[in-house]
Each structure stands twice: as C-alpha cells, then as structure tokens.
Design a protein. Structure first.
Length: 126
C-alpha cells in the first residue's frame, strides 16, 4: 500500500513539475492563489517546477525500489515539507486562514504524505 501511495504522490509531484516547466503561464493562471503572490515570472515558475519534478522522480524511485530510492524520497520530501512550512509562515504573517484552506490538498497533504512514506519505506538498515 505504501508503494502505491508513493507512486501516486510521485505522479502528482512530477506531473505538477512538468506542467510548470512546459506551460508555466497557464499553470500560473490556473492554480488558485498563485496570482496573489506577485506578477508572473517564467524563470521562477520553471525553477520551482524543476524542484517538483525532481521531488516526484525521487518519490517514484522509492515507490519502484524502496530500499534504493529511500534517500531520494527523503530529499524530495524535504522540499515539499519546506514548501509547506513557507506557506504556513506566510499564513501566520497575514495571508489568513483562507490560504491554509486553499493550500491544504495541494501543499500540506503532499508534505504529510511524504513524511509518512519516509517512515513507512525506511529500509531496515538505514
């Protein structure tokens, strides 16, 4: 079951990253709340898209080969957890509760799922 969840998370993360890289401007316009962060910056969206793609690939590796891919899962999860913490800090700084509710599924669930998978898929010798 953990490997299936890891595969689904990998598809979400890598898919988001690919869309950010291939269609940055439509992605920017379509994702709720993104336009509130400032004007469109293709380079910035592409940079973050690359990070999402790498996080998804690492998570996918862990789904495919848990023992070998676990370090990549940890690294990818570190990115999504830090991303979620940034969203929490921004909400605490005045972006309000609506941001937390809006970001719950797309930001906080992947971070929590990634953390859970890090512990579930941890190799016995690690």
């Amino acid at each position: 079951m953990a490997r299936i969840l890891a595969a689904l998370l990998a598809l979400f993360l890598a898919g988001n990253g690919l869309v950010m890289l291939a269609a940055a401007e439509p992605w920017y316009a379509a994702v709720p709340g993104v336009t509130e962060t400032g004007p469109f910056n293709r380079h910035f969206v592409n940079d973050i898209g690359a990070a999402f793609l790498v996080a998804g690939l690492g998570t996918g590796w862990a789904a495919w080969r848990p023992g070998q891919g676990w370090p990549a899962l940890v690294a990818g999860t570190a990115f999504v957890v830090l991303h979620a913490l940034i969203h929490l800090a921004e909400a605490a700084g005045g972006h309000g509760l609506h941001a937390l509710q809006r970001d719950f599924v797309g930001v906080f669930v992947p971070a929590l799922l990634g953390l859970w998978l890090v512990f579930l898929l941890k190799p016995k010798e690690a």
